[in-house]
Design a protein around this ligand. Structure first.
Ligand SMILES: *[C@@H]1O[C@H](CO)[C@@H](O)[C@H](O)[C@H]1NC(C)=O
Ligand SMILES: *[C@@H]1O[C@H](CO)[C@@H](O)[C@H](O)[C@H]1NC(C)=O
Ligand SMILES: *[C@@H]1O[C@H](CO)[C@@H](O)[C@H](O)[C@H]1NC(C)=O
Ligand SMILES: *[C@@H]1O[C@H](CO)[C@@H](O)[C@H](O)[C@H]1NC(C)=O
Ligand SMILES: *[C@@H]1O[C@H](CO)[C@@H](O)[C@H](O)[C@H]1NC(C)=O
Ligand SMILES: *[C@@H]1O[C@H](CO)[C@@H](O)[C@H](O)[C@H]1NC(C)=O
Ligand SMILES: *[C@@H]1O[C@H](CO)[C@@H](O)[C@H](O)[C@H]1NC(C)=O
Ligand SMILES: *[C@@H]1O[C@H](CO)[C@@H](O)[C@H](O)[C@H]1NC(C)=O
Ligand SMILES: *[C@@H]1O[C@H](CO)[C@@H](O)[C@H](O)[C@H]1NC(C)=O
Ligand SMILES: *[C@@H]1O[C@H](CO)[C@@H](O)[C@H](O)[C@H]1NC(C)=O
Ligand SMILES: *[C@@H]1O[C@H](CO)[C@@H](O)[C@H](O)[C@H]1NC(C)=O
Ligand SMILES: *[C@@H]1O[C@H](CO)[C@@H](O)[C@H](O)[C@H]1NC(C)=O
Length: 848
């Protein structure tokens, strides 16, 4: 369940344009004239074929909507929906037609009550017609006087703001003209978020929750721009703000006529500015406000908890479930969460002697609308809340006692990693109390009542022995956890703490840094079935990798580091902590580690979809990688690498980037693995010149392979190779058209001869994407240029990939074309090898 707005492709909804299935639809018209009606299998096409108006369904839902979408794009996006609140259901009898008074009405069956109507009351001419214009505006006008316009869809926007449409207030009727988000990606019904002009009369445009609570503002209009809006808005658009006696509105035009740029108010509450990249292929997110989902007001609804970790999603706390249950898609959180059982204090019949209790949530950002209570001490704060049935939660810290009433909004679980949250206690019904504690108490009561004096000795002995056991167990656990019983989704009690906790400040809650759970070797062994061969996932350059399974069913990947690494324990621990702090959705997550004796073991998240090489170089599997997926993978790798290179405290050079180190999650999103490995195995990587070269032929930059020199530009080189491999579906190291030809040389020669498209994998059948393909090949060739200084940085690469407007320089000749002979002798099709070149030991892993 979640929102994920940093990935632009998620903007694309699963959508079926019903008219695509039409049989023999005659020449598309842009006008629906009086007397005509539009059935489910027909559509209206704007003059320049930019937009199409027709009926559509979303996802697996049976609901049918009338809407406008972009037409000449590969993926069609809905920019306007007529009947967003009243979906149709019967495709055989629905139609859009003119009523007798000239209004447009949407009808189904024989019912006269429209599902949607232009709903104009003043006398229309009874000869009206409707036209879909090429700017996306659907207009109802007088057919005898076409400049007489009665109604236009631009005045009734849904969640998309197109150039030319007006967002503002109609001062005559007092009605706002604003964007209202969809409820979820598959439900166009009006959601909780809106974007419009400040009703108080200022010139600010604001984002509101539930049409009331403001959570972001553009700042006032300065005559040319808005004080708080993103600079990009001003770079790309010319806004005009008009305020007259009858209306106030804002509209915009795009500075560069050849670009398609729009604004969308997403169901996640962010106003996003999207650009259509040449291809035509995908909408790219240019800017969004608020930038972080955590700043969207009540994103997860009442009692919903926003999980502030990287994936960013909503969840219900224990004792609650998503509300309403029926008929909601998974990212619809407008209803928030509802209690599974009613509170005892609300119903004394039901209470039956039981009492509500409080569930502790740690490290959270507190909800809004707290009330201060005068209670002193955490117990009396709890009591104050317990005694008042309208109190739903409390929190106590050095500032005193806070209580909440009614639904909780904006509760957020913090991701850890340096952000200090607070403890928070949520009122729950007795039925939601975990059973075990209840049973324990019962047992104790029975013992005390039924077993008299003779039992006392027994009781005491049980008590002491269990206490001792607990004590011993506690000591063991303080140093390492049992991996099998561990729940990575819950909080880690004892862990290596990487924070600078040594400062003697008396803080009630010490600043928590990323914590990395430490496990015992025994439990790691148990989780992997004694490192059984059947569990072995592979053998990396640094040691074997096993798959493990925990008690709760969670799967993990266990990487054993070879023992010969020269790193000391302390250093290893420090490095592991640093690596654990690197959290990015395109990096494999380090979950924990085990250091015992010589053994150094890393526990990673397990990714079921194997690695990129499994798909890319296999004739049947590669069909899974359509061009869209490949673009996403390239983009993800670039983002992950950029993060490694730019992460301020710890610039990491991967040094072994290759398809087998790119793992894929269940949605085929790439995650870079083995990053930081060079640091962990502890060869003297801190100098820019290393004696032992870690890497894989085919992906190593020439300066690294030959002289052992490396920098972030060596990773850029590997990225370039990877990019060309992804486009071509061929392995660099194994690419032998004739003996001396590598993929890089082949790509370069095709480029020189202006035949670059010949490089593309024949599996990619998407001729319309040729300009993106060319761009990618160009970028790949730029990355593999011989001189590190000529190669772009990952920052450049990311901007070149995500912005078609960035002009690309022509690549210079690639390496291995000039010094080819000397390299070829070494990089020939050998298995793993060790060889010496100029005092440099090269340990090479054959590309898997
Ligand atoms: C049409 O207008 C009437 C009165 O102005 C209003 O009650 C009704 O809800 C409107 N219907 C639609 C579908 O907008
Ligand atoms: C339109 O209105 C005119 C006069 O007001 C009337 O004569 C004509 O029959 C109407 N046409 C339709 C199709 O209702
Ligand atoms: C057509 O409509 C426009 C706008 O309502 C009006 O200004 C114009 O006079 C009309 N022309 C005729 C011929 O009625
Ligand atoms: C508009 O005025 C109301 C009442 O004064 C205030 O609560 C609200 O915050 C104002 N809205 C904005 C956007 O300033
Ligand atoms: C939204 O606002 C309406 C009226 O202002 C109110 O009745 C409703 O309870 C609010 N919704 C939520 C979820 O707070
Ligand atoms: C505002 O509306 C009134 C009445 O419809 C009209 O007379 C006036 O010209 C309008 N003003 C502007 C600036 O359009
Ligand atoms: C407008 O965009 C096109 C590509 O979409 C680009 O080639 C052109 O340089 C841009 N013009 C300006 C003035 O930015
Ligand atoms: C953009 O297009 C409009 C109409 O098509 C034209 O009037 C305007 O001059 C164009 N602007 C630029 C910068 O090309
Ligand atoms: C109180 O609980 C009882 C038993 O569960 C239930 O039958 C009754 O409807 C509840 N009353 C209220 C007001 O919720
Ligand atoms: C319970 O809380 C409500 C709202 O703050 C308050 O009005 C009421 O007086 C409280 N009741 C008691 C018994 O404290
Ligand atoms: C985010 O938290 C949820 C629940 O706590 C967990 O299932 C998920 O794996 C976490 N995701 C990341 C990327 O940390
Ligand atoms: C490990 O980190 C601690 C605290 O951050 C530091 O004091 C210590 O010197 C580090 N040890 C090594 C070997 O880097």
């Amino acid at each position: 369940m979640g929102f994920n707005t940093t990935e632009p492709w998620l903007f694309l909804v699963v959508l079926v344009i019903l008219s695509n299935y039409r049989a023999g639809f005659s020449a598309a018209a842009d006008i629906l004239s009086g007397g005509q009606s539009l059935p489910v299998d027909k559509s209206i096409l704007s003059q320049g074929s930019n937009f199409e108006l027709g009926f559509f369904k979303l996802g697996t839902s049976l609901k049918i909507y009338l809407g406008i979408c972009y037409r000449n794009f590969d993926v069609q996006d809905i920019i306007w929906v007529a009947n967003r609140e009243n979906p149709l259901s019967d495709p055989s009898s629905l139609r859009l037609e003119f009523s007798e008074d000239g209004n447009l009405v949407l009808l189904e069956g024989s019912s006269k009550r429209p599902f949607w109507s232009t709903n104009l009351t003043y006398p229309l001419s009874n000869s009206t017609e409707a036209i879909l214009r090429d700017d996306g505006n659907f207009v109802l006008r007088d057919s005898s006087n076409r400049s007489n316009i009665f109604w236009e869809s631009f005045d009734h926007p849904t969640d998309t703001w197109l150039p030319g449409a007006k967002i503002g207030i109609d001062k005559v009727t007092g009605k706002p003209r604003r964007l209202i988000s969809w409820k979820s990606s598959e439900d166009p019904a009006p959601g909780m978020f809106s974007f419009g002009l400040d009703p108080n009369g200022s010139s600010q445009y604001i984002l509101q929750w539930n049409r009331s609570q403001v959570y972001w503002s553009t700042g006032g209009w300065t005559g040319k721009s808005f004080s708080l809006a993103p600079d990009k808005w001003m770079d790309y658009f010319i806004f005009s703000f008009v305020s007259s006696e009858n209306e106030s509105y804002l509209s915009y035009t795009v500075k560069n006529n050849s670009s398609r740029l729009i604004f969308v108010l997403k169901y996640s509450g962010q106003i996003q500015q999207l650009s259509w990249l040449a291809g035509p292929w995908v909408w790219t997110l240019s800017s969004s406000r608020p930038e972080s989902l955590s700043d969207v007001y009540a994103l997860c609804g009442a009692f919903g908890v926003y999980n502030g970790n990287i994936s960013g999603s909503c969840e219900c706390p224990k004792g609650f479930e998503p509300f309403p249950m029926e008929d909601t898609s998974e990212n619809d959180w407008s209803g928030g969460c509802g209690r599974k059982s009613p509170l005892q204090c609300e119903n004394s019949t039901y209470a039956n002697g039981k009492k509500d209790w409080f569930l502790k949530l740690s490290n959270v950002r507190l909800p809004v609308d707290a009330k201060a209570n005068l209670a002193v001490g955490v117990r009396s704060c709890e009591l104050a809340c317990m005694e008042n049935c309208s109190c739903t939660a409390y929190s106590y810290d050095s500032n005193g006692c806070l209580v909440w009433e009614g639904p909780l909004l904006n509760l957020q679980r913090l991701p850890g990693g340096g952000v200090v949250g607070q403890d928070f206690y949520l009122r729950l019904a007795a039925d939601e109390r975990p059973r075990t504690t209840g049973n324990l108490r019962k047992v104790r009561v029975i013992l005390a009542v039924l077993v008299p004096a003779t039992g006392l000795i027994l009781c005491l002995s049980i008590y002491f022995s269990s206490k001792e056991k607990l004590k011993r167990k506690g000591e063991e656990e303080a140093s390492s956890h049992d991996l099998v019983l561990f729940d990575f989704n819950a909080e880690a009690p004892d862990a290596i703490n990487g924070g600078t906790n040594t400062e003697g400040n008396v803080k009630k809650r010490g600043k928590k840094d990323v914590e990395l759970p430490l496990f015992s070797y025994k439990s790691v062994s148990a989780a992997t079935n004694n490192f059984a061969t059947a569990n072995k996932l592979g053998e990396g350059g640094f040691g074997p990798v096993y798959k493990g399974k925990l008690h709760k069913g969670q799967e993990i990947a266990v990487k054993m580091l070879s023992k010969r690494s020269g790193q000391g324990l302390e250093e290893f621990r420090n490095e592991t902590l640093l690596i654990a702090k690197l959290q990015h959705r395109n990096l494999v997550r380090l979950l924990g580690c085990c250091i015992e004796g010589d053994e150094k073991i890393l526990i990673y998240e397990y990714l079921p979809n194997r690695s990129l090489d499994f798909y890319l170089f296999d004739p049947t599997q590669k069909k899974m990688l359509d061009w869209g997926t490949r673009m996403r993978i390239v983009e993800g790798i670039a983002q992950g690498l950029l993060y490694l290179h730019l992460y301020s405290r710890l610039r990491i050079i991967h040094r072994d980037l290759k398809p087998s180190n790119i793992l894929l999650d269940s949605e085929m999103n790439p995650k870079i693995s083995d990053f930081g490995m060079a640091r962990l195995v502890g060869d003297d990587e801190r100098q820019a010149n290393t004696n032992r070269i870690v890497g894989t032929y085919g992906y190593m930059s020439p300066e690294y392979a030959m002289e052992g020199l490396y920098s972030i530009k060596s990773d850029v080189f590997s990225f370039g190779v990877l990019l060309l491999e992804i486009v071509s579906g061929k392995k660099n190291a194994r690419f032998y058209k004739d003996e001396s030809l590598t993929l890089l040389i082949y790509a370069w020669e095709l480029w020189r001869d202006d035949r670059s498209l010949d490089l593309t994998d024949p599996t990619i059948i998407c001729p319309s994407s040729s300009s993106t393909l060319l761009r990618f090949i160009n970028i790949g060739l730029l990355c593999v240029q011989e001189s590190p200084g000529d190669r772009p940085t990952m920052l450049d690469v990311v901007s070149m990939i995500s912005n078609e407007h960035v002009p690309l320089p022509a690549p210079m000749q690639t390496p291995f074309t000039t010094g080819r002979n000397s390299m070829d002798t070494d990089s020939a099709n050998n298995e793993a090898e060790n060889c010496s070149m100029n005092h440099v030991t090269v340990s090479v892993v054959e590309a898997r």
